[in-house]
Design a protein around this ligand. Structure first.
Ligand code: C2E
Ligand code: MG
Ligand code: MG
Ligand code: MG
Length: 296
């Protein structure tokens, strides 16, 4: 019966594969209409100065709610939009929406903060990208120095000449560039030096590996230290992602991280909710400042 069982398992495997492929196809079809149906929205997550706790910015994170699939993780649907090329149109919408939100916060009297927007490497192949970014800045009235574009390493090295040219043009607009999820994927250290990144975002997995539960993980700490040292020696600002505990925050601050981001400071949330979170972080920061001053 072993043979028969093997055949059944194979059939089951085939059926599962077909179901997964069918779901991907159905998702792609839904995604093609998601923009016009208004199914995309943005959440924002605070970025905090490690030493002082002062909020300095937010990262815009794309969300998709479809009738058929409910709320789908960007880790699932972004790759599908990259395959179909839809990411170019969606990415423009994200950039536009995020910059207008940042400007709206400014006009509402919030302390100016930076806005970080994720850019798929696929978007670098859009010949109108640079003009679009310039247009978004003009239309929103946002100061270019407030905008950070975050790019994952992935496809960057596939066409180094193109990457170098487009990134240089983006930099000339006066915006800043962050290398996202650093340490995962295609890490080739040589291109770090040849692409004009201002900011290095250490992937959340390294923050997670600082400890094994409560106990410290010396191997994980050694790797995080090496990444921080690399960023520092290349004069890049260092951001740690995925900070969930006070212990991780303390370790990262002690070891030279400039900025921290993670659930410990605030989960990604709608613009209205994140306004309150930013105010709370700013208040806590001022309270500590006063607590440290000579007047008390
Ligand atoms: P990312 O740019 O590295 O964003 C950080 C991810 O970590 C976000 O996941 C965020 O919700 C999550 N995160 C933040 N703090 C913590 C924490 O303390 N613990 C844990 N476990 N996770 C934390 P999210 O929102 O699901 O996004 C996943 C990825 O999808 C992003 O990773 C980014 O690569 C991509 N993505 C999101 N929005 C966009 C977009 O507008 N355009 C493009 N091209 N990619 C996007
Ligand atoms: Mg990012
Ligand atoms: Mg990241
Ligand atoms: Mg990521």
């Amino acid at each position: 019966h072993a043979k028969e069982q093997g055949r059944n398992a194979l059939q089951f495997y085939d059926a599962a594969m077909t179901a997964a492929a069918a779901e991907r196809l159905a998702m792609k079809a839904q995604l093609a209409q998601a923009l016009e149906r208004g199914q995309f929205f943005l959440h924002y997550q605070p970025l905090v100065e490690a030493g002082s706790g002062r909020p300095v910015g937010v990262e815009a994170l794309l969300r998709w709610r479809s009738e058929a699939f409910g709320l789908v993780s960007p880790a699932t649907f972004i790759p599908l939009t990259e395959e179909s090329g839809l990411i170019v149109a969606i990415g423009r919408w994200v950039l536009d929406t995020a910059c207008r939100q940042a400007r709206a916060w400014e006009l509402a009297g919030q302390p100016p903060i930076e806005i970080a927007v994720n850019l798929s490497p696929r978007q670098l192949r859009d010949p109108e990208l640079v003009e679009h970014v310039r247009g978004v800045l003009d239309r929103s009235g946002l100061d270019p120095s407030r905008l950070v574009l975050e790019i994952t390493e992935g496809l960057l090295i596939e066409d180094m000449a193109l990457s170098r040219r487009v990134l240089a043009s983006l930099k000339r607009l006066g915006i800043r560039l962050a290398l996202d999820d650093f340490g995962t994927g295609y890490s080739s250290l040589s291109y770090l030096n040849s692409l004009p990144f201002d900011i290095l975002k250490m992937d959340g997995s390294f923050t997670r590996n600082l400890t094994d539960g409560q106990a410290s993980n010396t191997g994980g700490q050694a790797i995080a230290r090496a990444i921080i040292a690399l960023g520092q020696s290349l004069n890049m600002l260092l951001v740690a992602e995925g900070v969930e505990t006070a212990e991780q925050h303390a370790w990262l601050t002690r070891n030279g991280c400039d900025l921290v981001q993670g659930y410990h400071f605030g989960r990604p949330a709608a613009a209205d909710d994140v306004t309150g979170v930013l105010q709370g972080l700013a208040l806590a920061h001022s309270a500590r400042q006063i607590g440290q001053s000579d007047f008390v």
